[in-house]
Design a protein around this ligand. Structure first.
Ligand code: ATP
Ligand code: MG
Length: 426
């Protein structure tokens, strides 16, 4: 990871102590109060610098794991011609969630709610032979769905950032391998972010039919109710490939294999979805390759989503206290915040400069150099939730002592300047 320093006085993070009245869940309140998002219309938000840094961290982890399984990153478009959706048969079926647009020549367009058609169209233009399979394209891009009830801030927005991937395989066996590879990479992604993913069986998994799993994160404010064996919470990656939770609609106590004493019922937030749908789009869009014998084969397809912007809220739901956000280290907007409690005291300023000068070569540092009260400064640091706080006060400054506080545990130790530098620069 590369380091860097940002001065809070120059950083656009408009924090606030006001509790927003219409924000019903904690992540929405904390994202507004910490100056991460600014609402522009119902379900449509501007993302401010703290939030952009978190989106970037999440995206980086996703790209790393997707590239690792051989997926190719692209950027499809946010605006698509209606023709592609007429061809697949989804233009009318998609209904009011789709934002339909006309250009100046009265041509019909739409803002992408998802990109199966477009991925298929790109594929068919270039891949003509079985040698081009398997192939997988993915992007991290904005979507628009005109949700009936946008709510909970960015959790269910109308404009939102999604990672969406599309795979093409020659037959079911190969498609199943791809599906399993994406499944495993999703587990790694959520674990690297610092979350405990719960796979949920969303479809029967019958050979030849559709196959679908969701990934859920436990949180009291989740919209789904999950039924699962408590061992899922401590399962290995491999075990998660074969043991799943089910949602309320699917739960039947008579059929449940789970022992009553091991059964857990909790609310969950859907953060990812993997889907195998066979030749649905390749057939509808006349997309085929030639096999070894020169015969037409319609590729077996899957699509794979992660709600990148929803994850920001889901992480906060899973990790906060009454003072604010507690970012997992892997996705924190900064690694360390330096709190200079007395910006008019030259000794405190010297200590701060020395410390950020040394650790910013390795860590991303926010230096709170603002001339505000001690109470406000400490409260803001807890609110924005950077994992480590280096607090420079005037009491011990003569003996070169500062305080190092862990945001998550609240544990604070007194430590010398050189020791604190040594902790972060190794
Ligand atoms: P939901 O049941 O929550 O509406 P979905 O089944 O419509 O989700 P997909 O089409 O599978 O969602 O999209 C992939 C991922 O995108 C979802 O798992 C979710 O994390 C995210 N997502 C979907 N709709 C929204 C939204 N309105 N706001 C934010 N994220 C969303
Ligand atoms: Mg939906």
């Amino acid at each position: 990871m590369f380091g860097g320093i940002m001065l809070f006085s120059k950083f656009f993070a408009p924090t606030s102590r006001d509790v927003p009245a219409d924000a019903k869940i904690v992540s929405h309140r904390l994202m507004l109060r910490s100056g991460m998002i600014s609402q522009t219309a119902s379900g449509i938000y501007c993302w401010l610098p703290l939030a952009v840094r978190v989106l970037d961290k999440i995206s980086q982890i996703i790209c790393d794991e997707q590239d690792g399984i051989g997926a190719n990153r692209v950027l499809f478009t946010t605006i698509q011609p209606a023709d592609l959706w007429i061809e697949s048969g989804r233009y009318d079926a998609y209904g009011k969630e789709m934002l339909r647009i006309k250009d100046r020549k009265e041509g019909n367009f739409l803002y992408s709610p998802t990109n199966e058609e477009q991925a298929t169209d790109v594929f068919r233009k270039y891949v003509k032979s079985y040698r081009g399979l398997p192939t997988m394209l993915y992007q991290i891009h904005w979507k628009f769905r005109d949700e009936i009830r946008p709510r909970f801030g960015v959790m269910r927005g109308r404009e939102f950032l999604m990672k969406d991937g599309y795979s093409f395989d020659i037959d079911f066996e190969s498609a199943k391998r791809t599906y399993d590879n994406v499944f495993k990479s999703y587990i790694r992604i959520f674990r690297r972010i610092g979350l405990t993913p719960i796979p949920v069986q969303a479809d029967s998994g019958a050979i030849g039919g559709n196959m679908s799993h969701e990934f859920q994160i436990l949180a009291e404010t989740g919209e789904s109710t999950l039924y699962y064996d408590k061992k899922l919470l401590t399962s290995s990656d491999d075990e998660l490939m074969t043991t799943f939770a089910v949602t309320d609609e699917k739960y039947d106590p008579k059929e449940s294999a789970v022992h009553e004493k091991d059964l857990q019922i909790s609310k969950g937030i859907e953060v990812g979805h993997v889907f195998y749908f066979g030749t649905k789009y390749s057939k509808a869009m006349n997309t085929f390759v030639l096999d070894e014998k020169g015969e037409k084969v319609f590729p077996e397809m899957g699509s794979y989503g992660i709600g990148v912007s929803r994850l920001v809220a889901a992480i906060i739901e899973a990790s906060h206290d009454d003072r604010g956000i507690i970012w997992p280290e892997a996705v924190a907007p900064f690694d360390v915040v330096i709190l200079n409690l007395h910006v008019k005291n030259s000794k405190c300023c010297d200590a701060a400069s020395e410390i950020y000068g040394a650790i910013s070569s390795r860590k991303e540092v926010l230096y709170d150099d603002r001339d505000i009260t001690v109470g406000e400064k400490l409260a803001d640091a807890d609110l924005i939730g950077i994992p480590w706080q280096i607090i420079i006060g005037k009491n011990k400054i003569e003996s070169e002592i500062v305080e190092l506080k862990n945001r998550k545990t609240g544990e604070a130790i007194e430590i010398s300047r050189s020791e604190v530098i040594g902790r972060f620069v190794r």
